[in-house]
Design a protein around this ligand. Structure first.
Ligand code: NAD
Length: 256
C-alpha cells in the first residue's frame, strides 16, 4: 500500500499517465496531476478512488514551470515520494524534413523535463530516505524506427538518465527505473493510426492491425492498466533493489 505517499505524475490528463495516476491512487497514494486539455474529468476519475488529488498545469518544456509544480506539490502535499516522468509528444518525419522547432520540443518534453523534475525531487526523497522515480521511456528507448529521430533520441536519452539516477542514489532508499511500452492505444498513437488509415485508404481497424503487425509480435496493444501494475510493483518493497532497469512491456517488439 502507498498510503501517506504522494505521487507526481506528469502528463496525467490522458493515456498512460492517467493509467499510472489511477493505479497509484488505487494503492492509496495521493496524486498530483499535470497535463494539458480537459483536466476536470481525469481529476474526478482519480479522486473517485478516495485519495487527495492536486493539479498543476506546468508546461513540461519550461524548467521554471516544472520547478513551480514541484514546489506546489511540496507545499500542498508535504513532498514528492513518487515521481512518474510521463509527459511526452511525438512527431513523425524523416531527418531532412524534421522541423527544428519540433525536434527541440520533443527533446524538451520527453527528455529534459525528466532531468528537471528529478533534480527538484531528489533532495526531499534523500532526506526521507525513500523515493521512486519511474521514467516512462518506450521500446524506442531500446531500438529505433525510421522517421522518429527526436523521439528515439529522447527515449534512448531517458534510459541513460535512468541508469545515472539509479547509480547516484544506489546506497539510498531512492530507486530510479524506466518502463518501455510498445504500442499503447492512446491519443498519441491514435494519431499514427489515423495517418496510416489516410495514407493507405484503409479502415481504422485495419490500420491498427497493420500498425501492430509491423512491430509487435503479440499483435496486441499494451494497456495503461498493465503499465500501472508494473509501476505499482516498482513502488513496492519487493522492488527495493530494482535499480536502473529499462523494463519493456512491448509484446515481444524488442525481442526480435
Ligand atoms: P497522450 O498523448 O495520451 O498523453 C500525453 C500526456 O502528456 C497528456 O496528458 C498531455 O497533456 C501531456 N503533455 C504533452 N505535452 C505536455 C507539456 N508540454 N506539458 C505538460 N504536459 C504535456 O500520450 P501517451 O501515449 O499516454 O504517452 C505518455 C508517455 O508514454 C509519453 O512519454 C510517450 O512517449 C510514452 N509512450 C507511449 C506509447 C504509446 O504507444 N502510446 C508507447 C511508448 C511510450
Amino acid at each position: 500500500m502507498l498510503t501517506n505517499k504522494t505521487a507526481l505524475v506528469t502528463g496525467s490528463t490522458s493515456g498512460i499517465g492517467l493509467g499510472m495516476a489511477k493505479a497509484l491512487a488505487a494503492q492509496g497514494a495521493n496524486i498530483v496531476m499535470n497535463g494539458f486539455g480537459d483536466k476536470d474529468g481525469p481529476i474526478a476519475e482519480v479522486a473517485a478512488l478516495g485519495v487527495k488529488v492536486g493539479f498543476h498545469g506546468a508546461d513540461m518544456s519550461k524548467p521554471g514551470e516544472i520547478e513551480a509544480m514541484v514546489r506546489y506539490a511540496e507545499t500542498t502535499f508535504g513532498g514528492v515520494d513518487i515521481l512518474v516522468n510521463n509527459a511526452g509528444i511525438q512527431h513523425v518525419a524523416r531527418i531532412e524534413n524534421f522541423p527544428t522547432e519540433r525536434w527541440d520540443a520533443v527533446i524538451a518534453i520527453n527528455l529534459s523535463s525528466a532531468f528537471h523534475a528529478s533534480r527538484m525531487v531528489i533532495p526531499g526523497m534523500r532526506a526521507r530516505n525513500w523515493g521512486r522515480i519511474i521514467n516512462i521511456a518506450s521500446v524506442h528507448g531500446l531500438v529505433g524506427s525510421a522517421e522518429k529521430s527526436a523521439y528515439v533520441a529522447a527515449k534512448h536519452g531517458i534510459v541513460g538518465l535512468t541508469k545515472v539516477c539509479a547509480l547516484e542514489n544506489a546506497t539510498s532508499g531512492v530507486t530510479c527505473n524506466a518502463i518501455c511500452p510498445g504500442w499503447v492505444l492512446t491519443p498519441l498513437v491514435q494519431k499514427q493510426v489515423d495517418a496510416k488509415a489516410a495514407a493507405l485508404g484503409v479502415s481504422n481497424d485495419e490500420a491498427k492491425r497493420l500498425l501492430l503487425a509491423e512491430k509487435e509480435p503479440s499483435l496486441q496493444f499494451t494497456t495503461p492498466e498493465e503499465l500501472g501494475a508494473l509501476a505499482v510493483f516498482l513502488c513496492s518493497s519487493a522492488a527495493d533493489n530494482v535499480r536502473g532497469v529499462a523494463w519493456n512491456m512491448d509484446g515481444g517488439w524488442a525481442a526480435q
